[in-house]
Write a protein that binds this ligand. Sequence first.
Ligand code: SF4
Ligand code: SF4
Length: 390
Amino acid sequence: MNESNHQVDKRQSPGSTAQLHSGAQTGMAKPKVVKNRQKPIQKWRLAVQIAFALLCVWIGIEFHFFVKYLESGGTAAYSERPPGVEGFLPISSLMSLYYFLLSGEIHPAHPAGLVILVAIIALSIVFGKAFCSWLCPVGLISEALGDLGEKIFRRRLKMPRWLDYPLRSLKYLLLAFFVYAIFFSMGRLALQAFLDSPYNIVADIKMYYFFAQISQFALIVIGILVLLSIPFRGFWCRNLCPYGALLGITSFLSPHKIKRDPVSCIDCGKCALKCPAFIKVDKVKTVWSDECTSCMSCVDVCPVADTLEVKSLITRKPVHKRWTAIATVGIFVAITGLGMLTGYWQNRVTTEEYIHHQQYLEGYGHPTDAEGLGRMHEQSPQVPVGAPQR
Ligand code: SF4
Ligand code: SF4
């Protein structure tokens, strides 16, 4: 039991009417409860989210200057390409992962993308979907929009069940499509041909132009998603993000779960009210939901000590939320750091090759078959991808 907690009489404990009702309804002597004195961790979570969002902004700015350098044909001031940009190429990274599983080799086009994907999956296997609520910049924006919605509507709106379930399955359908298109439709040679293709090599630059020269249609779609995220918290993350779907599945392997002690629980319902994923935390002993993002909001608001905790299913011991936070950031930093140290971070596409591809960028469409890949290789024949630096 935490040393900072102290015994309080349940009748005197602040907060819920529910706990008073529970005593009145049973007519039994009021049991003593121990007040939760642990400091909330939400401020730290926000700080980590902002730090990672700023890191992404910095990567974006660096990449902007890299593209400007390419556009100048190499005459402007040189700016290095930040490999972290590959974190925004999840499909290419998923292909790289499959290629690695088939061949045992790390494809050299976007090694940082593969390392980041592995870090995120590894994190989810240890701490569930913690990436979504601690590190993902889209998660941060999504939360900010949800907070704004709660201020406007003065409550947390929830979609009706008949709409919520089918919408939530959309992200799994999207993931299933990508998994089928990659894992069930491509062999090693097809994968290699795609990963070697100029389209894949410049996928980050094409993504840059997608946002820098955003079409009216894309703007409207993004605008609709933003607007829907105000009344419906986490609309994108909950319903459409295939990354979230992947982590939702791998999170089932995580031995760390939010656990409620029904003996000490006073049924105040605060945990369920606070949960951004609308999980009925107050009704279960263990949170197994694929929507749980390990945000610790429920743990923070629980008024009773040692009642709602992250626990290891292996050791059956609680893991302090502080350690959960440190380990979440630590796992991500350690794996990406390992990628950097072992040379699987920077690709070896030279600046000259990038300048060469820049001229043909418009012609590099998404290859859908072997003929398309062949045409693209013919168009840009002299640029094989090198091995990663060690
Ligand atoms: S169950 Fe708790 S940790 Fe999981 S999403 Fe809800 S509030 Fe966050
Ligand atoms: S587990 Fe939930 S319902 Fe039980 S005391 Fe804690 S916040 Fe209240």
